[in-house]
Design a protein around this ligand. Sequence first.
Ligand SMILES: [Zn+2]
Length: 278
Amino acid sequence: MHPKINHLIQLQELTLIRTEQKAHRHGHRLDELESSIRALTEQLPADIQVLMARMQKRDPIITVPMANGTCTGCGMKIPTSLVQAVKVSSNLQVCPICTRILYFQDGLPRRVGAAPRRGDPHKVGIARFSAPGLMISKLEASTRDEAIRELAQKMQAEGFVDDAEKLVDSSLRREAIVSTAVDNGLAFPHVRGVEGGGLTLGLGLSGKGIKFDGYDKALTRIVFFMVIPTAASAFYLKVLAGLAETFSDAEARKALLAEESPEKLWKALVKLTKKTIL
Ligand SMILES: [Zn+2]
């Protein structure tokens, strides 16, 4: 693998986190993120900096894992010779279709479950990537890690992902960079780079509140847990912005927290996000 790949992955993650922080009304740690991004960018060779600047204009996702011989950025099959080169070559290899930089990574968590079939009822809004079965109206968790595990296990139990523990690991690594807890008792833990399928969202409520190690140290009561395949990265940022907009409103948070069953919670979520998540 090219020696700069880890560097590029780290830089991309920070750039995405900066976009996430900007989606919230009070994005925290933006200065810190800006300077880390600047420092990492300056350390790159000039030709890679130029390549990145050009690609970033189009899409925030520039560096993507290869999975089962497929580019996870565009979903196209990669020629066998290139698959080998990505695995062993010390040169940067790019996808011939979408021109994203490819790298090899084993053991990604996988999104499973049936793809929508022709004739299935047409879904709109949040119902396209979430379901009543992914709602937890009363989280048992009393810590951040337990809450993430509870939501990940729900996703596995409902047949959306293959391995909850992989999601937990990956989600906690993301929390370690900058907490996904934001103001107003909201948190948005997530896992990026999941193999296959589409974006998946689970929601858990905590009546007593969970210490999520957020910036303002307030307790978290509403936890949105998202699993994001590489190809859905840009869409995820839109969903995040939509959720942040809806739930910056105290009435919306109150309405959600009042629901005591998964079914009612689901109905409330669909209704409240009707205008912000299209
Ligand atoms: Zn591609």
